[in-house]
Design a protein around this ligand. Structure first.
Ligand SMILES: [Zn+2]
Length: 418
């Protein structure tokens, strides 16, 4: 997926990697000032790192060419498609981002389109060694019955995981999180929660969780309390997890990002999506440390909506150093024009991730926070540790880790290869 103009794609065994092509690169990237070049050896290493992705919106991660195809299938003329299928690099704020979100990814409508979108997302994640993938989507008011949409996503997940196994030789675990929109009505959220519980009871179902997403600024979690309580009462006893987008932005009208997280926790959230505002409150920070609260971090997404100024201003490093239970996700691969490998590279270039141990910790945290059964979790942890051990045994990787990922690396590492 294109991230940096000025970089060119080369073909390697896993995902496409990017090579800095200097001043003679292609057209200027409007986010160039936010991005730093990453040495090829580091990119190769990061691509090979076993990863988890717990926070991924299906529509917002569907490749744009596929979405264009869906738009045509949904009756848009060629002119309309070229008008609609546009995504900016950055947004004024979350609401600005959501305005585009409700126009472009919304074209994943029919069960067949959900199937193809899910296959594409699983394939992209597998290519960069994602071992645990949780895909989230809303299922109401689409181009088909919610039951048919869930069945299509589950089938695509199973087919995609099987294809990953055949192609790459590793076990990838995948599941589905049913999403309710903060902007939706409380009745719709409750219906989504009811469907999540009912459909997860079907044999072989991959529904493992429920999420509340959208604008904190305009819609307090309280509005959807009935849905969250429904999951608490009926979903959790049968293994469903509850995650809530909260503390993504500093203010939620009269509610601060900190209050937003506290309310989500009071309503039973097991995990918090984003949660970066918790660093503003010592009491909440202490609670999160003690409770090992899983926090799904999506740093580039936060930069993209200007919740933080740049990678360098993100609290990830501080959260890691305080022992918070943070993992890494993209949020929206297409809307954010990023992969996990690219995001990891930028976090490294901006000194947010400086040691090999930190990278391993992010993956371990992700596996432990995933909505997996205990047996699946044990298996995934074992596979991830084996993958790390294989990386560490390779002399080339040993040199890359020693040179670029030891805590004593000089601050101006970039000069070493500039
Ligand atoms: Zn999200």
């Amino acid at each position: 997926m294109p991230l940096n103009a000025g970089f060119q794609t080369i073909q390697l065994p896993f995902a496409p990697l990017l090579v800095f092509s200097g001043r003679h690169g292609r057209k200027r990237d409007p986010n160039a000032d936010l991005k730093e070049p990453v040495p090829l050896a580091v990119q190769r290493l990061f691509n090979a790192v076993p990863k988890t992705e717990l926070h991924l919106h299906l529509g917002g991660s569907t490749p744009l060419p596929l979405l264009r195809q869906f738009m045509k299938e949904n009756g848009l003329s060629r002119k309309e498609v070229s008008k609609v299928a546009k995504v900016s690099d950055r947004f004024v704020d979350l609401d600005d981002f959501l305005t585009t979100y409700y126009k472009v990814p919304a074209h994943v409508k029919t069960p067949d389109q959900f199937y193809r979108a899910t296959r594409a997302v699983v394939a992209e994640a597998a290519a960069e060694n994602v071992r645990v993938l949780e895909v989230r989507t809303s299922i109401l008011k689409k181009g088909g019955a919610p039951e048919a949409i869930v069945a299509a996503v589950e089938r695509a997940l199973k087919d995609g995981l099987q294809a990953a196994k055949v192609h790459y030789g590793f076990e990838m675990l995948g599941s589905l999180i049913i999403l309710a929109q903060r902007a939706g009505t409380p009745e719709d959220s409750l219906e989504s929660a009811r469907l999540a519980v009912e459909l997860s009871r079907k044999p072989g179902s991959l529904i493992r969780g429920f999420d509340l997403a959208g604008s904190e600024g305009q819609h307090s979690v309280d509005k959807h309390a009935a849905a969250l309580r429904y999951i608490q009462t009926y979903g959790k006893p049968q293994g469903l997890g509850l995650t809530v987008h909260a503390g993504e932005t500093p203010m939620s009208d009269q509610l601060s990002g900190v209050d937003s997280i506290k309310k989500a926790l009071a309503l039973g959230a097991d995990r918090i999506g984003h949660g970066i505002q918790l660093m503003q409150d010592p009491e909440l920070l202490a609670y999160s440390q003690v409770a090992r609260l899983p926090i799904e971090l999506c740093p580039w997404s936060n930069v993209q909506i200007q919740a933080v100024k740049g990678y360098g201003d993100h609290p990830l490093k501080e959260m890691l150093s305080k022992g918070l239970n943070v993992s890494l996700s993209t949020d929206n691969r297409m809307m954010s024009k990023i992969t996990l490998t690219e995001q990891l590279g930028q976090l490294w270039a901006h000194h947010q991730v400086t040691s090999w141990d930190e990278i391993k910790q992010l993956t371990r945290n992700g596996v432990n926070a995933a909505f997996l059964t205990p047996m699946e979790k044990t298996r995934a942890l074992k596979n991830v540790e084996a993958a790390f051990a294989a990386i560490e045994q390779n002399p080339l990787n040993q040199r890359t880790i020693a040179r670029y990922l030891n805590n004593n690396a000089p601050k101006k590492r970039l000069n070493q290869f500039a």
